[in-house]
Design a protein around this ligand. Structure first.
Ligand code: ZN
Length: 169
């Protein structure tokens, strides 16, 4: 007799998956971790997490621990050098202490809303980047799957999990 994990507990489209994870870069430097907090919940197949990590988790089951290496094209994309720009300090709200790593909403020349990250603050100019800070990086995830459950109809319609504490939009 062979015993299989119940198919309802394996990661596939339409499942809400909770994971504990540790994310490091090529140099082994810690980028992010769920340690000390609730596991991250995402709706599989809805693009809530980078595609390379979704692919690595597909078919795995609750309780599995695995390492997933995600190249930039399945992570946050290649780094486009044209995304680096120097703009006047005055373009930012005056009452904010600007620091590298801060994230702002912006409008591109076509009027589309976009996100920019501060790279460097100079006396009257600020270097921003429209690339995600993890663009161009290979991501190394150490993942433990804490739980897999069916998504509710509402969660599927919204494209994200609502979690044990309800949700906020
Ligand atoms: Zn929702």
């Amino acid at each position: 007799m062979s015993i299989h994990k119940n198919a309802s507990q394996t990661v596939s489209d339409g499942k809400v998956v909770s994971i504990h994870y540790k994310l490091t870069d090529d140099a082994g430097e810690l980028i992010d971790s769920s340690e000390g907090s609730e596991p991250l919940e995402y709706l599989h197949g809805a693009g809530n997490i980078v595609s390379g990590l979704e692919e690595g988790l597909a078919g795995r089951a609750s309780g599995d621990a695995l390492d997933v290496r995600v190249a930039p094209d399945k992570g946050y994309g290649a780094h486009d050098p044209r995304g680096l720009q120097r703009i006047p300090r005055g373009a930012f709200p005056e009452d904010v202490d600007l620091e590298p790593g801060m994230q702002f909403g912006a409008e591109d020349p076509q009027g589309e809303s976009t996100t920019v990250w501060i790279v460097k603050v100079e006396s009257d100019q600020v270097v921003i980047d429209t690339n995600h800070p993890l663009a161009g990086k290979t991501l190394h995830f150490a993942v433990k799957i804490a739980g897999v459950r069916d998504a509710t109809r509402e969660e599927i319609a919204h494209g994200h999990p609502h979690g044990p504490h309800g949700h906020h939009h």
